[in-house]
Design a protein. Structure first.
Lengths: 219, 211
């Protein structure tokens, strides 16, 4: 979606402000919001692409006025409500008011290290051949889906060069809607800065994205 | 993402934060009562990223790449198994690519769409990495972003920006500072800053850590 999250090349956000000796979390609630989000992945049953869509799918003004963990927390509430795992009246009351829905598994303390170490690899076996190879010139498609995509606006319709072939990976545009993993070849595509930002821009800049094959066409 | 330094926003932000604090606490109680989360598992998740997983991990990887040429070759050939040799792997680092800085090429990593970051080697991302100023400008005007960090590169250095739009995670391997010949990996690791592994900073000089 062309939402508030798609920030590459937008203007007016001001300077970057590094915080000296920044703590990992700013306050207790950030810790709990972070941990709840990670722990609920297992019983909740959603995938990372559904989580990302739940975070970005809000009015841009709202997205830009929230802190990052506020966005995470709001998305967690959305995902829980969508699946009937928690309801607004319960969050207001601060207690469970409805019988729990059965869930497959919950995260036990003994499983935390294992879950983190395993992670969620997205590379999949395939018997298809990659359409592109390093050095090939490609153009990104002009797509504007209302649903989740990982093709940022600032590269759409531009010509770049395939730099790496990263294997076949779960396709977020499908996975985020529940349409399945639909694995696709994933490439690192490099663009000249002037191709993206115009002839007057810094000639020393090159920018790459990681792009699934359905985002690309041969030039 | 909101700018808490704006005075006119202060009261507004403060009350919204309290509201968030209450809602997070309420939700944890609801989910615990329903049997969906075990608070001890939450504590362990927090402890892991507060105490165990952080940029010291990445610093060890970089220091080894500086000191051990065979490791360096494995790291640039296929970073995920090379980093796993040191014991770092897993969530948000399932597919890692190491990027080599040279006198002619400076690498910098961003996620314009969200906050993708190599957790096993750098820990959780700082607020600025997830902020609109960084995500908007890193891909269009990286020299001005570097200026915000007090870093100036020569005008003929190529700046290579890696926008982490998929599940590939990038780790910058900065150039080894001069005057460190014969140093142990432990001592070299002290020179490696978090920002130098994102590309918004440079490693410390031997002088800086001697102070």
């Amino acid at each position: 979606m062309n939402g508030g999250q798609d920030l590459g090349g937008t203007h007016g956000h001001g300077p970057v402000k590094p915080e000296p000796n920044e703590p990992v979390f700013h306050g207790e609630w950030e810790k709990r919001a972070f941990a709840l989000t990670l722990a609920m992945g297992m019983p909740g049953g959603w995938n990372i692409d559904m989580s990302r869509f739940a975070r970005e799918n809000r009015p841009p003004a709202e997205y830009l006025s929230m802190t990052y963990y506020q966005i995470w927390f709001a998305a967690l509430v959305t995902l829980l409500k969508e699946r009937g795992l928690a309801a607004d009246d319960e969050i207001v009351a601060g207690h469970s008011l409805h019988p729990p829905k059965p869930v497959k598994r919950i995260l036990s303390p003994g499983d935390v290290a294992k879950m983190l170490h395993r992670g969620g690899p997205t590379e999949r076996d395939t018997n298809t051949a990659a359409a592109f190879k390093p050095g090939d010139r490609v153009r990104t498609k002009n797509i504007n889906p209302l649903t989740h995509t990982r093709l940022p606006r600032y590269v759409r319709g531009h010509v770049g060069t395939i730099e790496r072939v990263n294997g076949c990976h779960v396709f977020p545009d499908s996975n985020s809607t529940g349409a399945g993993e639909n694995p696709q070849w994933l490439y690192t595509v490099r663009f000249d800065g002037r191709e993206l930002w115009g002839a007057g821009s810094d000639p020393t800049i090159r920018v790459s994205i990681d792009a699934w094959e359905p985002y690309l066409e041969a030039v | 993402m909101s700018d808490h330094d704006h005075d006119h926003h202060h009261d507004h932000d403060h009350s919204e934060l309290s509201e968030t604090q209450l809602r997070v606490r309420a939700l944890e109680t609801v989910l615990t009562e329903k049997g969906y989360v075990d608070p001890a598992a939450l504590d362990l998740l927090i402890e892991t990223y507060e105490k165990k997983v952080g940029p010291r991990n990445g610093a060890r990887v970089v220091a080894r790449a500086w000191a051990d040429l065979a490791f360096r070759a494995r790291l640039f050939n296929d970073a995920t198994p090379a980093i796993a040799e040191i014991g770092y792997a897993g969530r948000q680092g399932e597919h890692i690519v190491a990027l080599e800085n040279t006198p002619k090429l400076h690498n910098m990593v961003v996620c314009t769409l969200c906050s993708c970051y190599p957790w096993p080697v750098l820990g959780l991302p700082p607020v600025w990495y997830k902020s609109a100023p960084y995500r908007s400008r890193a891909v269009a005007d990286p020299r001005s972003v570097l200026a915000d960090f007090g870093v100036t590169l020569s005008n003929d250095t190529e700046i290579r920006i890696w926008d982490s739009t998929a599940e590939i995670r990038y780790l910058v391997v900065p150039m080894r500072p001069a005057g460190t010949e014969g140093w142990s990996e432990e001592k070299l690791a002290e020179l490696v800053t978090r920002d130098s592994m994102i590309g918004t900073g440079l490693p410390k000089s031997p002088k800086e850590i001697a102070k």
